[in-house]
Design a protein around this ligand. Structure first.
Ligand SMILES: N[C@@H](CCC(=O)N[C@@H](CS)C(=O)NCC(=O)O)C(=O)O
Length: 228
């Protein structure tokens, strides 16, 4: 991608945006970020985002601007064009990684159901769904780590780091039940939390922003938060 200018159209809390930001940082490439208010989408954004969603990657190259949407596609594009490779070379391993990135998206959907659950019963159901998913991960994580597939950071790691970032905030006021008794997942989570690309993917104000967002949900979880 010689001489391309990259702009990541973002939202402060979006976990899918974080995937792309992590991949960009792992590639060591310069990029700018533009933040969109998803509650009041600007016209320029609506005009270029076919699904009305972030992230978008704007690629300015040879006098043209290309807009790429969908985080998985953005990450694949970055991996096709910039070193180091974050997907495995082996096609079977690569297919499995893509599948586990889908699994990360399903986990994010469960997290949305968890923090949005209207009552205790729905909340416990979603906690159970999440516990089951993290249990499955415990069974597939590389035995020696420190990353999903062993020594090398991959796009699967980029997809799960934002998943764990939610729990860093949840666990400031909730017992860590969903992630209990999963030693490999716990070690993986710690490693990802210390990775510079992961640390830089969200702002220092992320916990405060997420806290405010959660408090305003009016959900079961909102009611478990301490008074502001
Ligand atoms: N499948 C999409 C999901 C992206 C997504 O859901 N983005 C959310 C924010 S995290 C969004 O932009 N939602 C638009 C809206 O709320 O109207 C991807 O992987 O990029």
């Amino acid at each position: 991608m010689p001489d391309a200018e990259l702009e990541l159209v973002s939202h402060h809390l979006c976990p899918y945006v974080q995937r792309a930001a992590i991949a960009l940082a792992e590639k060591g490439v310069a990029f700018t970020r533009t933040y969109v208010d998803l509650a009041d989408k600007p016209a320029w954004f609506a005009a270029i985002s076919p699904l009305g969603k972030v992230p978008l990657l704007k690629v300015r190259q040879a006098g043209r601007t290309h807009v790429i949407f969908e985080s998985a596609v953005i990450c694949e594009y970055l991996d096709d064009t910039l070193a180091p490779r974050l997907h495995p070379e082996d096609p079977i391993a690569r297919a499995k990684h893509r599948a586990w990135i889908e699994f990360a998206s399903a986990t994010l959907n469960d997290i949305g159901g968890y923090y949005g659950a209207p009552d205790g019963a729905a909340f416990e159901r979603k906690a159970g769904d999440l516990r089951a998913k993290f249990g499955q991960l415990e069974g597939v994580l590389d035995a020696t780590g420190p990353f999903f597939a062993g020594a090398r950071f991959s796009l699967v790691d980029a997809a799960f780091a934002p998943v764990f970032r939610y729990f860093d905030v949840f666990e400031t006021f909730l017992a860590p039940g969903v992630l209990d008794h999963l030693p490999r997942v716990a070690a993986w989570r710690d490693t990802l939390a210390g990775r510079p690309s992961v640390r830089g993917a969200a702002g220092a104000d992320y916990p405060a922003r997420l806290g405010l967002f959660l408090r305003r949900r009016g959900s079961h979880l909102s009611g478990l938060m301490p008074a502001a």
